[in-house]
Design a protein around this ligand. Structure first.
Ligand code: S3P
Length: 179
């Protein structure tokens, strides 16, 4: 079973995934890091050389591999829900958790996250607030449709988000820890 965290850039997927995995005694992975490892290039470079379409193809391939692993918490890329096949595979692999935050909070977190942002190519070329509003308008219905659990992460630290997810998923998780 794979627990997939979905949501817009800056919602905290990569911070929550290791914390949730630790609580469960599971492994965790970050789809962007895995893509970079396999391609030997940064996300920004892949966007630059292969365009967003090239990146999305690589993302779907890596996602499919990761979704077949046992007992994994997966931090997906913010746009991985755009492909219908990805959404179906996430749902088939286990619970899908949408970390939901307001445009204001996402913009604040993304503006303050200097290092990570150097590796986040612009999706529209627009200023951050406008970009989030435009992109979220398209993605929100897809996050909602894919999620089996929605967690409000507004003003909530990653530790607490992980705890809430664990509590909410308790009834559907296998009880044994990973050997
Ligand atoms: C993207 C989000 C990024 C990364 C790429 C594209 C997006 O992942 O996959 O820059 O389209 O929202 P994070 O959500 O982990 O930043």
């Amino acid at each position: 079973m794979v627990i997939t965290l979905i949501g817009y850039r800056g919602c905290g997927k990569s911070s929550v995934a290791p914390r949730l995995a630790k609580r469960l005694g599971w492994d965790w992975a970050d789809c962007d890091i895995e893509i970079e490892k396999r391609c030997g290039a940064s996300v920004r470079d892949i966007f630059q050389h292969e365009g967003e379409a090239g990146f999305r193809t690589r993302e779907s391939e890596v996602l499919e591999d990761l979704l077949s692993q046992p007992q994994l918490v997966l931090a997906s890329g913010g746009g991985s829900i755009l492909a219908k096949g990805n959404r179906q595979k996430m749902r088939a692999a286990g619970p899908v958790v949408w970390l939901q935050a307001s445009i204001k909070t996402l913009a604040r977190r993304l503006s303050g996250d200097g290092h990570a942002n150097q590796n986040r190519p612009s999706l529209t070329g627009k200023p951050i607030h406008e970009e989030i509003a435009d992109v979220l308008a398209v993605r929100e219905p897809l996050y909602r449709e894919t999620a089996s659990l929605i967690v409000d992460v507004e003003d909530t630290r990653p530790d607490l988000v992980a705890k809430r997810i664990q509590e909410a998923l308790m009834p559907v998780l296998p009880q044994e820890r990973k050997a």
